[in-house]
Design a protein around this ligand. Sequence first.
Ligand SMILES: Nc1ncnc2c1ncn2[C@@H]1O[C@H](COP(=O)(O)OP(=O)(O)O)[C@@H](O)[C@H]1O
Ligand SMILES: [Mg+2]
Length: 282
Amino acid sequence: MGSFERDLIVPEPEEHFFQKTDVIENLKRIENLSKRHPVNVLVAGKQGCGKSTLVRQFAARNKRPLATFQIGILSEPGQLFGEHRLKDGETYYQEFLFPQAIQTPGCVIHLEEINRPEHPKALNMLFSVLAEDRKVWTDELGYIKVAESVVFFATLNEGEEFIGTEILDAALRDRFYVTILDYLPPDVETRVLNLKADIDEANALTIVNVANRLRSNTQEPMVVSTRHTLMIAEMVNVGASVKEAFIYSLQINPDVLESILLSLHVELGMTEKESKRVYLIY
Ligand SMILES: Nc1ncnc2c1ncn2[C@@H]1O[C@H](COP(=O)(O)OP(=O)(O)O)[C@@H](O)[C@H]1O
Ligand SMILES: [Mg+2]
C-alpha cells in the first residue's frame, strides 16, 4: 500500500499563472461542491493554453495531492489499475497508482487527453468511477470506492480537427462540469513572458505581437501556444534576438517572419555574420 504515497504530493503553486476571474470563481464553487461529493470537471482548450497548469494550480491552492494519468496512451480497460507480472516463475498482480489515488480523500485526479485513448474500450472502467455510485469492480482488487472530496479533472486538447467537447462520448460528457480555456489576451500574455522568462516588456510585447500575427495569418494560420511564446522568451533571455528565437522555436518560414517583423517595425537583429552564412567547426 504505502509504496505509492511518495507520488501523491501537494504540488507547489505556480507564481505567475493568470486566469479569467470567472474561471477562478467557478473553481471555488467546484471546491465547495466537492465537499459534498466527488466532482468531475472537463477542461478543454488548445494545446499549451494552460489546462495542465490550471489543474495543478487547483490542487496547489486547495492543498490537495495531485495524481496525473495519461489517458491518451491507454489500450485496455484495466490498464490504469494494475497488471499481472512475472517474478521467479510466479505471476502476481502489481497495483498501480490509480486505485491508490482515487481512494485518497481530497485527491485531485488529472486524466490527460481523455479524448484520445488508443482503444475505445479503454475508458470503460473509468466510466464507473466517474458515475454516481463512484465505485468499480476489479477481479484483482475487488470493489474500489472513490474517497470523499476527490475531484476528477479531465483535460481535452482542442485541435483543428475537432472543436469543443463534441468528440467525447455523450455518456461521458454528461458527467462533467465544463471549463473552456483560451489563450491569454495580449497584455496578459506579455506580462506572463515578462515575469516568467524575465525579459523586458518591449521584447515581451514584440513576441506576443508576432505570435498573434502568426496565429491570425489568414493564409497559413499557425498554432503558437503560450508554451511556445514562453520558450521564445526564454531564448531571448539568454541572448537571442526575437527573430532568432522564433526561428529556433517554431517551424516557420523565415520570409513570413521577416515580413511580420518589418510590418511591426522591429529591428531584425541579425548580425552580419549570420547573413553571410559563415561556417565554423562546432
Ligand atoms: N494563463 C497562463 N498564465 C501563465 N502561464 C501560462 C498560462 N497558460 C499557459 N501557461 C504556461 O504555458 C505552458 C504550457 O501550459 P500547460 O498548462 O502545459 O498547457 P496545456 O496543458 O493546455 O497544453 C506552461 O509553462 C504554463 O505555465
Ligand atoms: Mg497538458
